[in-house]
Design a protein. Sequence first.
Length: 159
Amino acid sequence: MTGELSLFSIGNGLLAPTECAEALLSLNKLTQSRGLVLSPEQALALEQCRAAALEETGRLEMGQGILPELIYAFYDSPCLSPETYPETLNALTALFYRGKTAAQEAVSDEALLKFLRREFDGACRGSLELLEDALEEWTAKLRGRIAPHLGEEARTDDL
């Protein structure tokens, strides 16, 4: 297999191709019109970033996860550039899972994606640092609405 890259998990031997990375590569058909194309290496790195973000937030997820939906939600953003596309997807993935955890599951995936996209394109103007701040504010407000139903202990819990 000289000169070819196949989608195998990193390890000491050849493993089965990863479903998620293949799904991400299939989305290149959609995103290439915006100049956004993932290489097989970048798709695999995104999958690994997703796994790390899930571990960091103590979350479990089956199947391809949020990455395909994240790409659909953001691929036509005027704030995305081909040069930073994979890195931005990595950061957005981590922010998504942190947001889900911080919101205590009180928000759907779709609502969280809409919030992230609106803020990313709007007030944050593509700044991931500002988006992280906006997400923290938003989830704190959500927790404030949820906490009264959970009792005083939940209201003071530092997420």
